[in-house]
Design a protein around this ligand. Structure first.
Ligand code: SF4
Ligand code: SF4
Ligand code: SF4
Length: 169
């Protein structure tokens, strides 16, 4: 785990409920195992995404990039896929957002961009003496959509997988 990473105000991260961010973020309703088992690398999901956040990785498998936009959960990627890669009965994502040490607020610069962008109200800001309010992320509310990562001017938000998900594959 990145030892410099801190999830401001979130004890669960600090007590080790989250592991290192995954190398690749797979499309919603897919998992590493289903990609490995069924994805042919046809690329049909790439142009299907209206948010333009899917690209094929060097192995020819789809990955998401939240740098510029979030997932709207429209389902177009799953509908475009001709193989049994997507399971729409499963949770869309196994990951949740984690706010790291680059966060402007933690470095004394006022910013609440991630909270403003979050459609689930999963990020709240706790006022404090002597500095800007710090973001607190509620994992229970987080859908993993990536809107906070897309908007953060400090590139401080990554996606991490709860250890429970890791333990169960
Ligand atoms: S659900 Fe829609 S927005 Fe999200 S990755 Fe799939 S096509 Fe793109
Ligand atoms: S948008 Fe980024 S820099 Fe701003 S408060 Fe949120 S995590 Fe910190
Ligand atoms: S990933 Fe989406 S739901 Fe989760 S905190 Fe970020 S904006 Fe909110």
């Amino acid at each position: 785990m990145d030892r410099n990473a801190i999830d401001l105000g979130r004890r669960s991260f600090l007590t080790g409920r989250y592991r290192t961010p995954p190398d690749r973020i797979r499309p919603p309703w897919s998992r590493e195992a289903s990609i490995a088992a069924a994805c042919t690398g046809c690329g049909a999901c790439v142009p299907a995404c209206p948010q333009h956040i899917i690209a094929l990785d060097p192995d020819g498998r789809p990955s998401l990039n939240f740098a510029a936009a979030e997932c709207s959960f429209c389902g177009a990627c799953a509908e475009a896929c001709p193989e049994p890669v997507f399971d729409r009965t499963a949770a869309a994502f196994a990951h949740v957002a984690v706010i790291g040490s680059n966060c402007f607020a933690g470095r004394g610069i006022i910013c609440q961009s991630c909270g403003d962008a979050c459609p689930e109200a999963a990020i709240r800001f706790r006022p404090r003496l002597g500095g800007p309010a710090l973001p607190e992320l509620s994992a229970d509310r987080c859908s993993g959509c990536g809107a906070c990562a897309a908007t953060c001017p400090a590139s401080a938000v990554t996606m991490s997988v709860p250890r429970l998900e890791v333990a169960h594959g």
